[in-house]
Write a protein that binds this ligand. Structure first.
Ligand SMILES: [Zn+2]
Ligand SMILES: [Zn+2]
Length: 168
């Protein structure tokens, strides 16, 4: 039995930001790994990471598709989250977006048009006019500190948990 003394239960903001970071692990463009979680009333509506259009090759396998110093192959995380809502008929009106970074200009405009009212991020992005558009639209921006990059699932400390034989 090993105790995890440093563990502290995350706040809602920390929880969703950490999820955005975890989701970004599925991203396929080595130039940027981005994750997005759309949340309304503490419930997850959809998630997204930056990846190729369905069926296309991935940057990490064949290299980036660079035009004007930007890789244009991927659909960005925020767009993928919004598009998942469109596929499933889920309203994003009044929702919050938890994202690993400040969105690019196009994603910022899409988030505004989708009715997103709050954007929560833990890093900035190199080329974007997002902040200006968010201000015009009255979208709240919360810059929070980078979440804990460790997953605190300490199975050895849980007295009710029984590990599978192969994991012992
Ligand atoms: Zn790429
Ligand atoms: Zn974008």
């Amino acid at each position: 039995m090993e105790e995890n003394k440093t563990y502290k239960r995350p706040s809602w903001d920390e929880y969703f930001l950490k999820l955005a970071m975890l989701i970004s692990e599925r991203a396929t463009c080595p130039r940027m790994h981005c994750g997005c979680v759309l949340v309304k009333n503490k419930q997850i509506l959809a998630t997204g990471y930056n990846g190729s259009i369905p069926g296309d090759v991935h940057c990490e396998d064949v290299g980036c598709y660079v035009v004007d110093n930007h890789c244009i192959r991927t659909i960005h995380a925020e767009m993928n989250a919004i598009l998942q809502c469109s596929q499933h008929g889920v309203s994003t009106q009044g929702a919050s977006a938890y994202i690993t970074n400040m969105p690019c200009t196009n994603c910022a405009k899409a988030l505004i048009a989708a009715g997103i009212k709050r954007v929560v991020i833990f890093s900035d992005y190199h080329a974007t006019e997002a902040e200006e558009f968010f201000k015009i639209a009255g979208v709240e921006i919360s810059r929070l500190k980078i979440p804990d990059r460790k997953i605190n699932y300490n199975i050895d400390a849980f007295c009710s948990a029984v590990k599978f034989k192969e994991d012992k």
